[in-house]
Design a binder for this molecule. Structure first.
Ligand code: FO1
Length: 331
């Protein structure tokens, strides 16, 4: 029987690890919805869609989001019509938003809608939205309050960020299946996603932290930060800048050790990138087993995914090295 793995995550980083995991595990994803938005009357769930497209083999590999080979003629025409299409929706991507919006209008929940889209895209793993309720990340800078995508895309994720809040989180419940997916899995992975933008909204839902803490030794957090390898891609640099500003707003340095500390009460195992091995001792000091792996190269049989499914976590409190040529990619 394949290992049952539940991964909590956001968009790009999570989806890069989800693809190799889906090949070897019975995978459930619990996905952040706090950066969802409405544009032109359409409901857009960027993190859900990034995972849907990745698992369907359709995701654009260069941008990391949207559909490979998509065109942006509709956006161009909107611009010609005097609109400001600051959130770039590809012509094929738009079809997903039309379908989702129509299914929601027919009365389906976001969970049911996402399951239906998964079925239509031929995606095997379950993709669970973190909640069916409305939760919105609000980023406060010197200019005022901004919804997440407005800050991230329209404003280019400029800082400093003063406050990050999740509007609606107190009234929201975890989506159907979310808590059971955490309790019933063999291993829970906190994906290599932005700790504040993508993971914290999930953790803030009632019951999620308690369920994770109750099985801490089999919760494995994968770092989204690789300090020892220079970032050469503009999109990665943008995401790293955003992640850093948001972590700073929580009083955290943009380092793997700070991410490990952020998850210390819920994750007993922390996966650190080979390039940042020097940070291992400070993480082990906070009672976390450290696993060293190549987390950046997302192809060639993914050693990290294989290790995650091998149930060896929690067996030892010594440093474990996962060696091969693949991993998860930056989040
Ligand atoms: N990211 C951008 O930087 N610019 C965009 O215009 C943009 C459009 C977009 C459309 C659909 C989609 O599913 C994702 C899109 N993203 C875009 C990515 C997205 O904003 C972020 O990567 C995630 O929300 C952060 O997790």
């Amino acid at each position: 029987m394949p290992a049952r793995i539940t991964m909590l995550g956001g968009g790009i980083g999570c989806s890069r690890l989800a693809v190799p995991l889906a090949d070897i595990a019975e995978l459930t994803l619990v996905i952040n919805t706090a950066d969802d938005l409405d544009r032109y009357g359409l409901r857009i769930c960027p993190d859900i869609d990034t995972n849907l497209y990745a698992l369907a083999g359709l995701r654009d590999q260069v941008r990391g989001w949207g559909v490979a080979g998509d065109t942006f003629r509709t956006m161009r025409r909107l611009r010609e019509l005097g609109q400001d299409p600051w959130f770039n929706l590809g012509d094929l991507d738009l079809a997903t938003h039309f379908a989702r919006t129509e299914l929601l209008a027919e009365g389906l929940t976001l969970t049911a809608t996402t399951a239906e889209l998964g079925r239509r895209f031929g995606v095997g793993p379950r993709i669970l939205p973190m909640t069916d309720d409305e939760v919105h990340t609000v980023v406060t800078t010197a200019d005022g309050d901004h919804r997440f995508q407005e800050w991230f895309v329209k404003m280019g994720a400029t800082g400093p960020v003063e406050v990050v809040a999740y509007a609606g989180i107190e009234q929201a419940s975890p989506g159907p299946g979310v808590l059971d997916a955490i309790s019933d899995a063999d291993v829970v992975v906190i994906g290599p996603s932005s700790p504040v933008a993508s993971i914290e909204p999930i953790l803030a839902l009632a019951g999620v932290r308690d369920r994770l803490a109750a099985r801490r030794s089999t919760v494995i957090a994968v770092t989204p930060i690789v300090d020892g390898v220079p970032i050469v891609d503009g999109g990665e640099a943008h995401r790293a800048r955003a992640r850093s500003h948001l972590m700073q707003a929580r009083g955290l340095r943009h380092r793997s050790a700070a991410v490990a500390e952020f998850y210390a009460d819920i994750a007993g195992v922390f996966v650190l990138d080979t390039a940042d091995e020097a940070e291992a001792p400070s993480i082990e000091a906070s009672d976390q087993q450290v696993v060293i792996a190549d987390t950046l190269i997302a192809s060639n049989g993914c050693a990290l995914a294989t290790w995650l499914t091998s149930s060896r976590c929690g067996d030892a409190d010594t440093l474990t090295h996962v060696t091969a040529t693949s991993g998860s990619g930056r989040g």
